[in-house]
Design a protein around this ligand. Structure first.
Ligand SMILES: [Cu+2]
Length: 329
């Protein structure tokens, strides 16, 4: 019984082609599964009602009229309409109650939840893994790693305008509002890479404000967290060494932090381990040396209006800085 709506949903997902990693009808986390159950229930009831109305309509169009039966029919109509009104009230009340219970079920992270803070910025996601011990706190951008099978309590904040955090395969949707902290329960039952997207129009580059949630087994997650906590690796190759020098001397360091170097800016994403992330600029490009170079050479053509200016660099500086960025695994 509990599973049936999901099988039904999966069928629709396959027919409609919505089986991807960003699909509310292909849920892979408990909160998203609760929502899919609610959605399939409501769709099923509405489909039945629609079919019933269509049958009645066809019957009304095709039936033969005769004066003799008109009065009896009038009485029959009163009963039918009253029954329909009653059924509508019951159905709407039922949906309201179901919706209430779903909201309750998706809202409360368990005791052992992992807490992370996600701060929306025009147009990227700052992700903070805070720990009571400051030495264990670290941050990253646009890529959220979570352990499979564990509740994740996401605290949502915004520095500028209203954004909305939505990873359809894993959880519901929640706004990030300046000046307040909202909560969301995120949970993945299976390992995978789930795509999310800002779901509230937040300005010019709203469509280029994506994120990846990478759900992995607890050991891999722990390995990742340990690596992220560490300071940046010192570059080994000569071009990357020169790139580090240029990065620190240029305005880059005023906006970006690379832990373990004098670069401590906070306007842009923390770049300590930028080379380990799958994408740059909130899902815009895959992280490769070429895409890093393209981004640094001219961020305004790739993502017009974003808050990183074009910093004039010689071609050698650009080559070296890109090598340095790529080396920050
Ligand atoms: Cu946004």
């Amino acid at each position: 019984m509990r599973m049936s709506p999901i099988i039904w949903m999966s069928t629709i997902a396959i027919i409609s082609g919505c089986t991807g990693n960003q699909s509310a009808i292909n849920p892979k986390g408990a909160p998203a599964i609760h929502i899919a159950h609610l959605m399939s229930g409501i769709v099923a009831v509405c489909t039945l009602v629609w079919l019933l109305v269509m049958v009645m309509l066809v019957w009304a169009l095709l039936r033969k009229r005769s004066d003799a039966g008109e009065q009896a029919r009038e009485r029959g109509l009163t009963t039918t309409v009253s029954a329909a009104v009653g059924a509508t009230a019951v159905i709407i009340a039922g949906m309201t109650i179901a919706s209430f219970y779903t909201t309750r079920d998706i809202g409360i992270p368990g005791e052992a939840a992992l807490t992370i803070t996600v701060r929306g910025q025009q147009w990227w996601w700052q992700v903070i893994y805070a720990d009571p011990d400051p030495a264990l706190t670290f941050q990253t951008a646009n890529e959220i790693h979570i352990p499979v099978g564990r509740d994740v309590h996401v605290q949502l904040e915004s520095t500028d305008v209203v954004h909305s955090f939505w990873v359809p395969s894993l959880a519901g949707k929640q706004d990030l509002v300046p000046g307040r902290t909202n909560s969301l329960l995120l949970r993945a039952e299976r390992p995978g890479i789930y795509r999310g997207q800002c779901a509230e129009f937040c300005g010019l580059q709203h469509t280029h404000m994506a994120m990846m949630v990478i759900a992995e087994d607890p050991e891999s997650f722990e390995r990742w967290a340990v690596a992220q906590r560490g300071n940046s690796v010192n570059p080994g190759k000569p071009d990357a060494v020169a790139g580090q020098v240029a990065f620190i001397a240029k305005p880059c360091a005023a906006c970006h932090t690379v832990r373990g170097t004098p670069a401590m800016g906070t306007t842009g994403p923390d770049l300590t381990h930028v080379g380990s992330r799958k994408t740059i600029a909130a899902g815009l490009l895959e992280t490769t040396r070429g895409s890093l170079a393209a981004w640094i050479a001219d961020p305004q053509t790739l993502k017009p209006g974003n808050n990183m200016p074009m910093v004039p660099l010689t071609s050698v500086e650009l080559k070296n800085i890109s090598a340095y960025m790529e080396s920050l695994k």
